[in-house]
Design a protein around this ligand. Structure first.
Ligand code: PEP
Length: 249
């Protein structure tokens, strides 16, 4: 931690029911959270409004996706306008599951980011390499290419948090070591410095995601360039998520 306010996001993915989410919200409402941390949760679309209306104002709401442009005849999609209408402040874009399972590409993700920002929705911009890309020594190139796609599409990084999520670490229980994460965060910051500006490089938060839990978060949080976390599995448990939020202490 070291660049801007610590940021912890919980990505609930396609999990939960009315019953389990009501319980999770109640656990989060009663949790003690460090004041100097931005805390955001991303429920599935169908529960966004339920969570927004029952969750403490202390925690902001994110969606897990948004449509690429203005709403209209796009069956099954959710527009940025609808998200901001219900009080959603953030959107997660470029998540590896959307890249590699759904097939979203850099250009599509960049356009989504640009549209979300144009409407005042802040963006958690995910990047990260596959295991074979890491093993081939291409981690930095992959991350830089993904960063460039955002950079080419968006006018400003002011309302963007970058989430470095190595795909081999997501949902696998195989967390990156603090050194592995720190190394990529530094490289990304350096890329921003060379390709955007020194100011953006020092101001933009770069958070880590991939099997973060209550036991490994404290070591990761100590690293200078790890400015927070994006948490999947462990964000479904209120007390453990609170431990991760408070790991900045
Ligand atoms: C994620 O999907 O953003 C993520 C980091 O998942 P997990 O924590 O379960 O690895």
């Amino acid at each position: 931690a070291g660049n801007g306010k610590f940021f912890v996001g919980g990505n609930w993915k396609c999990n939960g029911s009315k019953e389990s989410i009501t319980r999770l919200v109640s656990d989060l409402n009663s949790a003690t959270l460090e004041t100097d941390v931005d805390v955001v949760v991303a429920p599935p679309f169908v529960y966004l409004d339920l969570v927004k209306s029952s969750l403490t104002y202390r925690i902001e709401i994110s969606s897990q996706n948004s449509w690429i442009g203005k709403g209209g005849a796009f069956t099954g999609e959710i527009s940025v306008e609808q998200l901001t209408d219900i009080g959603c402040k953030w959107v997660i874009l470029g998540h590896s599951e959307r890249r590699h399972i759904i097939g979203e590409n850099d250009e599509f993700i960049g356009k989504k980011a640009a549209y979300a920002l144009s409407q005042g929705l802040r963006v958690i911009a995910c990047i990260g390499e596959l295991l074979e890309e890491r093993e081939a020594g291409n981690t930095f190139d992959v991350c830089f290419k993904q960063l460039k796609a955002y950079s080419d599409a968006i006018p400003s990084w002011d309302a963007v948090v970058i989430a470095y999520e190595p795909v081999w670490a997501i949902g696998t229980g195989k967390v990156a070591t603090p050194e592995q994460a720190q190394e990529v965060h530094v490289a990304c910051r350096d890329w921003l410095k060379k390709n955007v500006s020194a100011e953006v490089a020092s101001k933009t938060r770069i958070i880590y995601g991939g099997s973060v839990n209550g036991s490994n978060c404290a070591e990761l949080a100590k690293k200078e360039d790890i400015d927070g976390f994006l948490v999947g599995g462990a964000s479904l448990k209120g007390p453990e998520f609170a431990t991760i939020v408070n790991s900045v202490r």
